[in-house]
Write a protein that binds this ligand. Structure first.
Ligand SMILES: [Zn+2]
Length: 423
């Protein structure tokens, strides 16, 4: 699955307007630096080497991304201290477990812990968000494969609305979601849907932040259209409906013509096989664009929520802490990725899992590398985030080495009198 300009999309589509374009953006590549004096010292070394070699291996990049997830999770815990789910995520054992296991991921080949609590807050938590995004990506890709196999055409519709720095994100986000919900029930929209054979759709809000204009909430709708779908005509007609529904929901619109021109944009996908290769040199298709909407790296001064958390970590954006907290409060209770009614059933997908279930889910095929008693886990946590990560880093290549290090951590823990502050 991939995306291209209209000229490149060709198959199964009619010619469309020039501004119907390729999906841009890129994967969340993770940061390249860890704190000094931690096991990330080794990882930082990898980063330096990679920078020199300019190409990193997938495994090395996976290690860097894992290290950054732990690092950002610690930043998040410091920022949202009142949320118990966030505080417990990947720190405290789940109720009823008698050991913490270290597994080898089926996909990345890297080590990870199981038996720990997970918060399941996909839009916020770097660890759960990554797992949920990968899961959603696989499911969306499966749905796209079925649809394309039936000769349908997928396309990504991006809906935007005017926004001003003084506005609160929660107000704008709620108005946008309400306007979209109302549009779905609109008679004119139902006629349009029938005309373009838009049978299914997945909607996900994406939120970016810019120092100049504040929060910019917008909606991605992945549409599953009929083969003779005219993207350009659909875009024009949809923009009119979008404008009317925004106005009906009290959204401040100083320039309606701009909404008609840019408020609804369609990007086409290939109907089968081919992959769009981003500027970053990795494939980035429709499924990623939708599933990883709030995790990818923003462009220019349009920061994604993941970028904002990095700014908090690095202290590189004035007010980033307050901005991120506003984002967390605004998406509380918002169903981020929503499949249209009966879509999963009609495309042969299993019943939808909640984000909490996905985050807590264990990969049954993942090999067990090592088992830690709960006492040993306390000793690992006593060693701080650096120790938690170093155990994984060692287990990636040498489970015995990891267990040897755990033994050392237990000795340190006991020497310290089994007290002190834990990560
Ligand atoms: Zn979490």
């Amino acid at each position: 699955m991939g995306l291209a300009t209209v000229e490149g999309a060709g198959r199964g589509t009619q010619a469309a307007a020039g501004r119907v374009s390729a999906v841009g953006g890129g994967p969340d590549r993770g940061g390249l630096e860890g704190p000094s004096g931690s096991p990330l010292g080794t990882i930082a070394g990898i980063a330096a080497r990679n920078s020199a070699d300019s190409v990193a291996t997938t495994r090395e990049m996976g290690k860097l991304a894992r290290a950054e997830r732990y690092e950002l999770q610690a930043v998040l815990r410091g920022l949202i201290s009142e949320n118990r789910r966030i505080q417990g995520c990947l720190r405290f054992p789940r109720g009823g477990v008698s050991e913490i296991q270290i597994h080898q991921s089926h996909n990345s080949g890297l080590a990870y812990y199981s038996g720990l609590q997970t918060c399941g807050l996909g839009g916020v938590c770097p660890a759960c968000g990554s797992k949920i995004a990968e899961h959603n990506c696989r499911e969306i890709q499966a749905a796209l494969d079925v649809w394309c196999g039936r000769g349908g055409v997928p396309a990504l519709l991006t809906l935007t609305m005017p926004h001003y720095r003084s506005q609160r994100l929660s107000d704008n986000l709620n108005a946008m979601l309400a306007a979209y919900r109302a549009l779905l029930g609109n008679g004119s929209y139902r006629l349009l849907r029938k005309h373009v054979k838009l049978d299914h759709s997945i909607r996900v809000p994406e939120i970016t932040y810019g120092p100049r204009n504040g929060f910019h909430p917008h909606l991605h709708i992945l549409g599953f259209f009929g083969a003779d779908f005219d993207a350009s005509a659909f875009e024009r007609q949809f923009a009119r409906l979008w404008l009317a529904n925004l106005q009906r929901h009290g959204v401040r619109i100083d320039d309606p013509a701009a909404v008609l021109l840019r408020g609804a944009r369609v990007q086409l996908g290939f109907t089968a096989g081919a992959e769009y290769v981003s500027k970053l040199g990795r494939s980035w298709g429709l499924a990623e664009e939708v599933a990883k909407a709030n995790r990818k790296k923003g462009r220019g001064e349009h920061y994604s929520p993941a970028d904002l958390l990095r700014h908090v970590r690095d202290d590189t954006l004035p007010g980033a802490q307050a901005v991120y907290r506003e984002y967390v409060a605004a998406i509380d209770g918002v169903h981020l990725l929503q499949w249209s009614r009966d879509m999963r059933n009609q495309l042969g997908l299993k019943a939808e899992k909640t984000d909490q279930a996905v985050a807590a889910g264990e990969d049954q095929a993942a090999a067990v590398l090592a088992r830690l008693t709960l006492y040993e886990w306390r000793a690992v946590r006593f060693g701080g985030r650096a120790a938690v990560l170093r155990v994984l880093h060692l287990a990636d290549d040498d489970a015995d080495g990891a267990l040897g290090y755990v033994g050392e951590l237990v000795r340190r823990y006991e020497l310290a009198g089994r007290g002190g502050v834990m990560c």
